[in-house]
Design a protein around this ligand. Structure first.
Ligand code: 6PG
Length: 249
């Protein structure tokens, strides 16, 4: 039995395209209501296809002036560094669409990390409504690491789901790279959270999270469960390949 909110598609492109359509529907709704929409993006490789679809397939049709982009996490590198999450989104998407510069709220990876935690937290606070005393993002897009991390909340950092902080400095457990991440408390305060997951290398974690009571302390992504928001999993067949419900298509 497929879980509520789980959507499976044949290919990475179809998965990205379906998610792009969902996002564009919300952009248009916010335009109709004349209210702005806050979207926090994730990095890594998976969203590249989503950004390319958004830019190449819908560029001329969408009015982005009410949409404000933030990041769920960032590597503490310069924005033009190949590993910058902002840099990837900029090259594949933002530079190709007509969006006001003031609508782009990147985490400044070139800054001192503690200074940037404070600065970015304040910027998030300025542009979001509050619920439970914490900022509410309309949409947060998340990826999944094959160790069960999401954003930059790595195994062993589950305390980030119990903090009152907006974002935190963390260190990648393997590379030692400094990062800033939205906390799990913010992820779980969002109105809608969308996981976009492709590839066989994630299948074991997807199964552990969606089908088994995976030991929560090993897979931080399993702790993402918006208190009053909606959670969606956009999976391609490979990412869903170890799940029994994949045949329920
Ligand atoms: C990051 C991301 C991270 C990513 C996963 C999956 O900064 O790396 O925010 O959480 O979503 O690591 O990355 P891939 O899409 O490259 O597999």
């Amino acid at each position: 039995m497929i879980k509520k909110g789980v959507k499976i598609f044949q290919t990475p492109f179809e998965t990205a395209e379906a998610l792009a359509m969902e996002l564009l529907r919300r952009v248009e709704e916010s335009n109709k209501k004349g209210r702005y929409l806050t979207i926090a993006l994730s990095g890594g490789k998976t969203p590249t296809l989503l950004f390319t679809v958004l830019a190449d397939h819908f560029a001329g049709e969408v009015k982005w002036n009410n949409t404000h982009f933030f990041w769920a996490d960032e590597r503490m590198v310069d924005p033009d560094h190949p590993e910058s999450n902002f840099g990837m989104a900029f090259r594949t998407f933002l530079i190709k669409v007509d969006i006001p510069a003031e609508n782009i709220h990147r985490i400044m990876g070139e800054n001192d990390v503690d200074h940037e935690v404070a600065r970015y937290s304040a910027e998030v606070g300025r542009y979001t409504e509050k619920q439970n005393g914490l900022p509410v993002f309309d949409i947060i897009l998340l990826g999944l690491g094959n160790d069960g991390h999401t954003a930059s909340i790595f195994p062993g950092n589950e305390q980030l789901f119990k903090t009152g902080k907006i974002c935190a400095r963390v260190v990648h457990p393997v590379s030692g790279q400094k990062r800033i991440t939205l906390t799990g408390s913010i992820l779980n305060n969002a109105s809608e959270v969308f996981f976009l997951i492709s590839g066989k290398d994630k299948a074991h974690v997807v199964k552990a999270i969606l089908e088994e009571n995976s030991p929560r302390e090993f897979f931080p992504a399993s702790l993402v469960n918006p208190a009053s928001g909606k959670l969606f999993w956009f999976l391609d067949m490979e990412a869903a390949s170890e799940c029994s419900f994949k045949n329920a298509l």
